[in-house]
Design a protein around this ligand. Structure first.
Ligand SMILES: *Cc1c(COP(=O)(O)O)cnc(C)c1O
Length: 399
């Protein structure tokens, strides 16, 4: 049977694998051997789910957005990851990985962060578990996302500004990998999305799969069937999309529509539409699609939403898109901003800019009245208020 899950040797079709420096082989191998056993251990599951319930606030509601449904002529449910502790789906993964790290006897945690959301989610669980925490963050991002830097520091993490390259997410990731090479025995690297060497993409997808486990139960209760016709999510590295689709990957009744960031336009040279524009290469330990020049230099991605501007894409999504399992639409800055304002005014929910890209799908694709749709609302918009306010002022001055 064909499957969109990872193979025994860490591949999704042609994509994935573990391309890491010699010195990390033992670490990646140990993680590979530990994670499946640990994740399926009942005691681990119990501890993980207790924290998801009482600390994260799960299950997150599945909310029928009536006015939005009316406007687009189909039935739209929102999976409310925005209501989680720390404001997005990222905490599902960091809670899982910190428990795993502790069971593997690690005492120190490192992470990379772009906008700071994953950094905050990691610093949060490190405070909870009393673990040492270092977060690598591009110097450009440190300046742009100062509140998140202050949050991480208040939580007790050390934020290390990275000054190599363009001083953004890909450079922070390189530095985190370098740190891991120097401290392989006591340190666990918490990667924030379904990217990196095997087993990270599968491990992160499993920790996020609680999203689709809950969707199944909630849909059955509300609709009398446990699957939607469509699942919609935004993709940066692909973790909220992986979590929302995990239980349905091999179920052809469920169509998957993903939104990647078209930035200022797909042909503008300033986008993060990795699946549309990317070519095969190796980034951060995985073979996948990435935005690169003809001679293999990684192109700096751009999106108004910091959580989507990663130059690569998780190997699972590269494969699903190439196999036609998912339909990938490119949603630009303007479409995302308009969709964010629409959700705010129609449902009283201010979404994260990343999630607004998923909402942008409704402007591009028509659905039928009988279609049952679940959209993963990956996060809340508090962190994006400055962008929203500036855009609103710009729009007003145009009229
Ligand atoms: C980080 C982030 C994303 C993008 O990451 P994925 O791994 O693709 O899910 C999307 N939404 C929010 C709210 C985020 O913080």
């Amino acid at each position: 049977m064909s499957t969109f899950h990872v193979s025994e040797n860490g591949y999704y079709g042609d994509f994935g694998g573990a391309y890491v420096p010699e010195i990390l082989h033992a670490n990646v191998e140990a993680l590979k051997n530990a994670y499946k056993l640990l994740i399926s251990d009942p005691a681990f599951q119990q501890e993980y789910h207790a924290l998801l319930k009482d600390y994260v606030g799960r299950p997150s509601p599945l909310y029928l957005a009536k006015r939005l449904s009316g406007k687009y002529g189909c039935k739209i449910y929102l999976k409310r990851e925005d209501l989680n502790h720390t404001g997005a789906h990222k905490i599902n993964n960091t809670v899982g990985q910190i428990l795993l790290a502790r069971r593997m006897g690690k005492t120190r945690i490192i992470a990379e962060t772009g906008a700071g959301q994953h950094g905050v989610a990691t610093a949060t669980v490190c405070a909870l578990m009393d673990m040492e925490c270092a977060v690598y963050m591009g110097k450009t991002d440190v300046a742009r996302q100062h509140l998140n830097v202050q949050k991480m520091e208040m939580l007790g993490a050390k934020v290390i500004p990275v000054t190599s390259g363009n001083m953004t997410l890909k450079d922070a990731t390189n530095e985190a990998i370098r740190d891991w090479c120097c401290n392989p025995s006591n340190t666990h690297y918490i990667i924030g999305s379904t990217v990196g060497p095997h087993p990270y993409p599968d491990m992160v997808a499993r920790f996020q799969s609680v999203i689709s486990q809950e969707i199944k139960v909630q849909l059955l209760e509300k609709e009398g069937r446990d699957y939607p016709d469509y699942l919609i999510a935004c993709v940066g590295g692909g973790s909220n999309a992986a979590g929302a689709t995990y239980e349905y990957l091999d179920d052809p009744r469920v169509k998957i529509v993903l939104a990647e960031a078209a930035g200022k336009g797909i042909d503008s040279g300033e986008s993060a539409a990795t699946i549309r524009l990317g070519t095969v290469g190796i980034i951060h330990g995985a073979k996948t699609l990435l935005m690169q020049t003809a001679d293999g230099q990684i192109q700096e991605p751009y999106s108004i939403s910091a959580g989507l501007d990663y130059p690569g894409i998780g190997p699972m999504h590269a494969n699903m898109a190439r196999q036609g399992r998912s339909e990938v639409l490119a949603v630009d800055d303007h479409e995302a901003l308009a969709a964010a304002l629409e959700l705010t005014r129609m449902e009283g929910i201010i979404p994260a800019l990343e999630s607004a890209h998923a909402l942008g799908v409704f402007g591009q694709k028509k659905f039928r009245p009988q279609d049952l749709i679940v959209l993963c609302l990956s996060g809340r918009g508090d962190k994006d208020m400055k962008t929203y306010i500036e855009w609103n002022d710009d729009e007003k001055s145009k009229h």
